[in-house]
Design a protein around this ligand. Sequence first.
Ligand code: ADP
Ligand code: MG
Length: 384
Amino acid sequence: RAKELEVFPKQRRILFLVNPKGGVGRAKTISDTIVKPMLEHSGLEVTEQYTEYARHAVDIAHKLDLNTFDALVVISGDGVMHEIINGLLSRPDWDLARRLPVGVISAGSGNAIATSLGTRNQYVAALAAIRGETAKMDIFSMSQLDRPRIYSMLLFSWGMTADADLESDRYRWLGPLRFEIAAFVRMIRLRRYPGKVYVLPPKDDDTSMLPPTPPCSPDHAAPGIRHGSLLRNPDQEPPKSWRLLDLPYYTFFLLLNHPSLTEDVYFTNEIRFNDGIMRLWYSCETTFWKILMPFVMDQQNGKLVERGLMTGIKCGGILIVPGVEGNPDDPSTHAIVDQSVTSTAAKKQEIYTKPGFFDVDGEAMPTTRTLIEILPSFVEIIVP
Ligand code: ADP
Ligand code: MG
């Protein structure tokens, strides 16, 4: 701790990244009417920068001079938070960059991270940025063959929730309602997502942490995993210690790092962002009302996962192999089955054209063989 304090003596210089396109487009107003007036009296040295294109925040964080700023705060949603973490961790000096305190002032659609941290209110979030109190936060690391790793602060999802999240992107003017409408549509037009999922069970007795290896190293040696059974790359066949989940397909599949899924859906109180544990919820339920019911009845009480819709497990690592077995070059092997399509011709069309999304913090990633690990207490987040 003392050493870190030496690196960042005090948070006096903050870079604010404002995404004018986040959520319903209120970031500029929030910055001008809430954040700036509060900061005027704080005595902090503040720089404001607007993001000018999608993923601009990745580039900014990647090139940021760590000697110039003591904290990076986004005025946007979970997507731009995702971008700055991925920008910071793809740097050659990632081990220093990961200690830069990052924060969020809500101006997005879902705002799950801020809601989970208790800083959904923008005044509270701005005050937190001024005070500069931080906590260490776990993140997920996602590896796909021959691609750079991707990091997640909030969630990895596949199936119904992933499609609803990403398909609703063009309705962002609806605010958080966009998720609810898209999820409802996806529940009515429910698809099945075939694939194999292997899970490394966590070892309860071992709480030791391995030191992190460079995130950009292609030959990653399982940073943070509690025992030595992690795969060296996503292409490797998992050994016996990994359990193959016994479902042929999924409808619901979610890894979550925070208790809230969106600002309106308090998913579970079983998660803390620094508990070092990866939790997976999944289901193959296809009955419309059984899927809908928990989201209606238990949206806000943290008991959504207790309704029996989904199975929840703790894990040390996950390998997902989407699609059905066969020739990997045949697009139909990555197909999903859309139940609502009845005519054979239409069904074929649907089956052969839609692979479904992998959703990482609200951003799409290729739906292909993916290895997921947890990096405990890996980044520094500004807390109230
Ligand atoms: P939301 O919660 O509404 O999705 P995000 O923080 O996820 O809010 O931001 C939404 C998207 O906006 C991100 O994918 C980001 O890359 C993109 N973005 C950022 N700046 C701009 C810009 N100037 N023009 C267009 N898109 C942008
Ligand atoms: Mg987003």
